[in-house]
Write a protein that binds this ligand. Sequence first.
Ligand code: G3I
Length: 361
Amino acid sequence: MNLSQPSRRALIASALAQSALGLAACRGRAQTPAAAATLPPLKDAVAFPVGAAISVGGLEDADYQTLLLANFSQVTADWEMKMEQILQSDGSFSFAKADLIAAFARQHGLRLHGHNLIWYIYSPAPFERVADDRAAFERAYGNYILAVGGRYRGQAVGWDVVNEPVAEDGQGYRDCLWRKVFGMDYVSIALDYARRADPDAVLFLNDYNLESNPKKRASFLRLVEDLQKRGAPLGGLGSQTHVQADLPPGAIKAAVRDLASTGLKIHISEFDVTLQPSRLMSRAAKLEAQARLAGEAGEAMAALPAAQRYAFTTWGLRDKDSWLRHAPNAGDGTDAPLFFDDEGRPKPAAAAFLKGARGTA
Ligand code: G3I
């Protein structure tokens, strides 16, 4: 088969999917009745909150705001609520950007999901300076979590308290500054401070590749089981679900099912389907696979008991807003990982997600 030419089947499938969408520009203009009839606003069409990662920069764009407010009922700050933005080198805190995100959410009645308090990638100077003094380090650790979690107390519906604790290959847990000082207790200590900061927020562990790496999922669940046995205030599990188009069918559902067996709330927290790297699939075939995976994710969420359906979040709004278009190794800049194209028009993945989430797949 000539891989440089999209297969005839894929092209027909893609054309049918596009026509079924009744594609219409969402650039602030009302969608055409046909489009509105075939693709209702995401947030109104499913039985759980639908979220998006947003940025202060994105909110400066009127079309971005229009698309966000029409389709999503929850937001996560892409970057602005992280330690790299809040904690200054002198140990002070800057909440200017984080507050803009929180204020926008409050102004428009959007749920706010906090992301994230503790992440292995950070080892900022204010903490490094006291790493040899456990008591001083815990004061700094607790003060940070109490300050950030406490600032949005009563607004944030949940927090990713610890992000990505499991080692990349799934064998054990990441080495990081926090673990160097506290051992793996850094996780339960963070959860305890987060509970003090906000008595009502759902407290999450959040990680990636839980659908594509069973070893990683097993290590994640071992940590969860230990925390539950110790009575840690863990309320939810985030499966980021950054996936590739060639992820085998059923992998997303298996991961959600396993995580849900803990009885905790489930957040598909950072969904996107990259079209890179170009494996043995045409772009049209990858967009078709993207829609299939979006449908599976919708079905996985809908299959959960209502009490465990925390939210489904895409990691970005339009393809051009995606981290996969801006990350240092962002490929050739043509990636299209999300539900809305660069112009804010719904893609087949959006329609497929709705069909899956409404049980009409
Ligand atoms: O906007 C500032 C710019 O003003 C400044 O000059 C520049 C200097 O470095 O930084 C810019 O901010 C960057 C920000 O993205 C906005 O583009 C930060 O450097 C950069 O670190 C930040 O990257 C984010 C990354 O997490 C690290 O925080 C990505 O946008 C964000 O999508 C990515 O999201 C992560 C999740 O938190 C966890 N799961 C994986 C996911 C993707 O990597």
